[in-house]
Design a protein around this ligand. Structure first.
Ligand code: ATP
Length: 593
């Protein structure tokens, strides 16, 4: 899609979101605040539906997942253990002219001629500034424009009559060192921590620093033991959480795709290490193509990971995002975090490009091990069956498993942590010793598969996927453009709109309100008696309401065989059928559930 078309589509989506009350800029009357968005009446319903669907499919419809709702501010040591304090950074740089800030890795690469200056002199006062500066000009632009920008740069630093010094030019290709908007040189990239910092208690000091959580996952890890001990769950099992997360993104953009305050839906699914599975089940299954089916005792991490990738795709299909709108991106070994065994990004084809909707990572036992190390509290589990099974594994097999474990760990340490081979082997052997001693006692630290989705990105995907324009004849046969949000009925903010044909006929109004009240306890119903019926339909098309019910004189018995029936209009086909009032509820429920 061309850029203009993409922008056009995004602009239309953003404008519809505001016009119909899906999404507003936060604090709009004060000029807005960059990277923060509010959900209006329709958006709030849409979001609630999405979260409920995720929650139900992840927890209530399963035997092996329970929920959690933790605080946003947690003990700061958690973020030390998770690595966020030290490494949760993006490279950032500033425009030397305007001070505008960029995420260094997202700057559009540019080519052209760079005009370098070694400094400048004030020809009035003789004052000199020896700060080097440069401006990139695209092909065909006159050198004067570089000189003008450079003059401005030195004027901003106190020189008045600027005489540029040491001009030299250089051909530049695909450089990310210049501001794409004005050609000015940028500062060198430096790491910028994305966590929002605050303080708890009445004193602002380094001792009571706290962070707004940048992800919901860590709370799940730190409450793992409490959940395990208080719910009747056994590994393999998961803990799910939906909640706000905060990241001080350098350049929030693409509407709600990248914001500073957003919501996540995360599952941490805890599994046995493969060695424990092998001891108990005799062997470990290999992942095959497609959905691996119902969970089995011989599943290792690979099959579990594949299972969750497929389950998540199934979820998206169920709420109206067909597989064709999604792509799987399997991260390459060199892109993986050192502890991760595999990560799949599920990408959605947004109007501005194909980008991440959800990440599904096999994170080994890294997270729980880190919290064990930092908190000093044991994160291992005890499994009686494992202890019994391990005692029966023959000695050669144990030795072979140990050899495999050491080889895999050592390879990982060499490749990902760049350790020399000998040192990697020593470390791997030490880890193996502890791991297998614990296994013999029936103890291990669970490994984890993490499907982590963003609510807001999903809302944007649903909105972008639903948005459609089509030319249809109006009541007088004139062609007009109909904007229709084709949400799946499961996510649609309003499920059904109820329209009395005329608002000044008390019998029609009475019947219509009766029908509204009949349906209301079961679904979100919108009652609308204002304006021509055609206009009311159009309003609901833009809201994405899948069904419209019109109560007319036939409903009241004007045509006797149509008494107690209503017209049901389908949003997508615009077909209208007569339905008995008695049959409405079961029929609609079957479509929206
Ligand atoms: P990205 O690379 O796009 O910044 P990420 O890989 O850092 O995303 P994760 O840390 O894996 O993202 O977070 C899990 C999910 O949370 C993402 O797939 C996305 O849906 C959502 N998410 C992350 N950052 C943001 C954000 N700034 N705004 C909205 N949603 C976000």
């Amino acid at each position: 899609m061309s850029d203009a078309k993409t922008n056009d589509r995004m602009e239309k989506i953003v404008s519809l979101c505001k016009r119909r009350g899906f999404i507003f800029q936060s604090s709009e009357i004060y000029g807005g605040i960059n990277g923060f968005w509010d959900y209006g009446p329709l958006g709030a319903e849409l979001k609630r539906n999405v979260k409920d669907l995720w929650w139900n499919s992840m927890t209530r419809m399963r035997e092996d997942v329970v929920g959690l709702e933790a605080t946003i501010i947690m003990h700061p040591a958690i973020w030390k253990a998770s690595g966020h304090v030290d490494t949760f950074t993006d490279p950032m740089c500033d425009c030397l002219l305007t001070k505008k800030r960029f995420r260094a890795d997202q700057i559009e690469a540019q080519s052209g001629t760079a005009y370098h200056y070694s400094g400048a002199k004030d020809s009035a006062s003789g004052k000199q500034n020896s700060e080097a500066y440069a401006v990139l000009l695209p092909p065909g632009k006159p050198p004067e424009s570089a000189r003008k920008t450079a003059t401005q740069f030195y004027q901003d630093r106190g020189l008045q009559q600027v005489e540029l010094l040491g001009e030299r030019t250089e051909k530049v290709e695909n450089s990310q060192k210049f501001n794409p908007e004005n050609g000015s040189l940028l500062t060198e990239p430096r790491p910028f921590n994305l966590m929002f910092k605050t303080h708890y208690g009445p004193v602002e000091s380094e001792d009571n620093v706290a962070y707004l959580r940048p992800e919901t996952a860590q709370a799940i890890f730190v409450q793992f033991k409490n959940v395990l001990e208080t719910s009747r769950v056994k590994v393999p099992f998961g803990i799910a959480q939906i909640g706000k997360a905060f990241r001080n993104e350098v350049t929030p953009r693409n509407f709600i795709f990248r914001s500073r305050e957003f919501e996540q839906m995360e599952l941490e699914f805890f599994i046995k290490p493969d060695e424990a599975v092998e001891a108990v089940a005799g062997s470990v299954s290999k992942a095959t193509a497609g959905h691996p089916g119902e969970p089995q005792p011989n599943w290792g991490w690979e099959t579990w990971h594949k299972y969750w990738v497929e389950e998540r795709i199934k979820f998206y299909e169920n709420i109206g995002l067909p597989r064709t709108t999604l792509e799987e991106y399997w991260q390459k070994p060199e892109e993986l975090a050192h502890y991760a065994r595999a990560t799949v990004d599920l990408l959605f084809k947004f109007p501005f490009g194909t980008q991440e909707l959800e990440g599904i990572a096999a994170r080994s036992d890294y997270d729980l091990s880190q919290h064990e190390r930092f908190s000093g509290k044991g994160m291992g589990v005890f499994d009686e069956d494992l202890r019994g099974a391990w005692a029966k594994v023959d000695v050669d097999k144990k030795a072979e498993m140990q050899k495999r474990f050491v080889a895999e760990k050592a390879k990982n340490l060499v490749e990902r942590k760049k350790l020399p081979e000998a040192e990697a082997n020593t470390q791997a052997e030490a880890q193996a010793k502890i791991f297998f001693e614990n296994l013999a006692k029936g103890q291990y630290i669970p490994h984890v598969i993490e499907p982590s989705a963003g609510v807001d990105r999903l809302i944007l995907a649903l909105i972008a996927n639903a948005y459609a324009e089509e030319d249809v004849p109006d009541e007088k046969g004139k062609i007009e453009t109909r904007v229709v949000m084709r949400f799946h009925p499961r996510v649609a903010p309003i499920k059904v709109a109820v329209f009395p044909l005329l608002k000044n006929k008390p019998e029609l109004v009475k019947k219509a309100t009766e029908i509204r009240d009949l349906l209301r306890p079961h679904m979100n119903v919108f009652y609308d008696d204002a304006g021509a019926i055609g206009r009311r339909y159009r309003r609901q098309d833009e809201a994405g309401t899948p069904f419209g019910l019109t109560i007319d004189f036939d409903t009241l018995g004007e045509t006797p065989e149509l008494k107690d029936t209503v017209t049901l209009r389908d949003r997508d086909t615009m077909q209208q059928v007569r339905v008995k009032i008695d049959e409405l509820l079961p029929m609609l429920l079957a479509k929206i559930r």
